[in-house]
Design a protein around this ligand. Structure first.
Ligand SMILES: [Zn+2]
Length: 277
């Protein structure tokens, strides 16, 4: 079921991690961002679009993680894009003969069978430094950064006051740092938060990749919350974060482990560097 969150902007919710697919209405069809997770969910979305008489004319993946790279034949054969770095990362992983099998191993076992991998990651990279998605609809500004995953894009639909945040600014997931591809994951994350803060005054509706929709106040509150978490991680403090605290209603079983893994990884990094001087 599609739900309108702003004029001409609708979302379709997947059960897995409260994922949000985003539909932006254009003149001849829609821009579809991160279409969803299971085959049934994406087919349901495809049916909704058919009923609206608005086919997907352009696809976009916010970042190179499997749950943001899916597609289904029912959506048709629209061109699909990501940033240059996002597409290059996907291409690298898929060009490995074992690439898809490795991705399949990452899938949650209870729904793995229901996730359509055939069209996973078939995206083209936009030229580096591209700042807009070219399509026949409202202007969509690309805010690229290196937090969470290489070439991660947040999208600002300025005329509608909507920020599509990808895997940041979630009310259910703590910041998950890119511990593999970047030399300074903390600084990259803080830089990205500053970029998002720079557009916060233009945002009325925040759509995170996972979790609930936020309003204008929510954007600032979530930036502050994510920054406080990253600072705690950097300073080896104990984060006072409701997403992993005793009152957490979501991810109670595994988010503390994610936090612990990030904490240990960064602690190892600072040991390697040794004492200053
Ligand atoms: Zn992700």
């Amino acid at each position: 079921m599609l739900r309108q969150v702003a004029e001409g902007v609708l979302i379709h919710r997947s059960e897995f991690l409260q994922s949000n697919a985003i539909v932006v209405q254009g003149r001849a069809g829609v821009l579809l961002i991160d279409p969803g997770v299971t085959g049934d969910e994406i087919t349901c979305l495809a049916n909704d679009l058919r009923e609206l008489g608005q086919p997907a004319v352009t696809g976009f993946s916010t970042h190179p993680h499997w749950d943001h790279l899916l597609w289904h034949a029912q959506l048709g054969a629209a061109p699909r894009y990501g940033t240059a770095r996002c597409a290059a990362t996907v291409r690298d992983r898929l060009s490995d003969p074992r690439g898809k099998a490795r991705i399949a191993e990452l899938l949650p076992p209870d729904i793995a069978e229901q996730i359509p991998l055939d069209l996973l990651g078939l995206i083209a990279g936009l030229p580096a430094e591209t700042t807009q998605i070219t399509w026949d609809g409202p202007q969509v500004r690309i805010i690229e950064h290196q937090a969470h995953a290489p070439g991660h894009a947040a999208l600002l639909i300025e005329e509608r006051g909507v920020l599509v945040a990808g895997d940041m600014l979630s009310d259910v997931l703590i910041p998950m740092l890119d511990l593999i591809s970047t030399a300074d994951p903390i600084e990259d994350y803080l830089t990205a938060l500053r970029l998002l803060e720079g557009v916060a005054s233009d945002v009325d509706v925040l759509v995170p990749g996972h979790g609930s929709i936020g309003g204008a106040d929510g954007v600032r509150a979530r930036i502050d919350q994510d920054r406080a978490y990253v600072h705690a991680l950097r300073d080896a403090g104990v984060p006072d974060d409701p997403r992993i605290g005793p009152s957490a209603t979501y991810g109670k079983d595994w988010l503390p482990d994610v936090h612990e893994r990030q904490r240990q990884h960064l602690a190892r990094g600072s040991e390697r560097e040794g004492p200053p001087g």
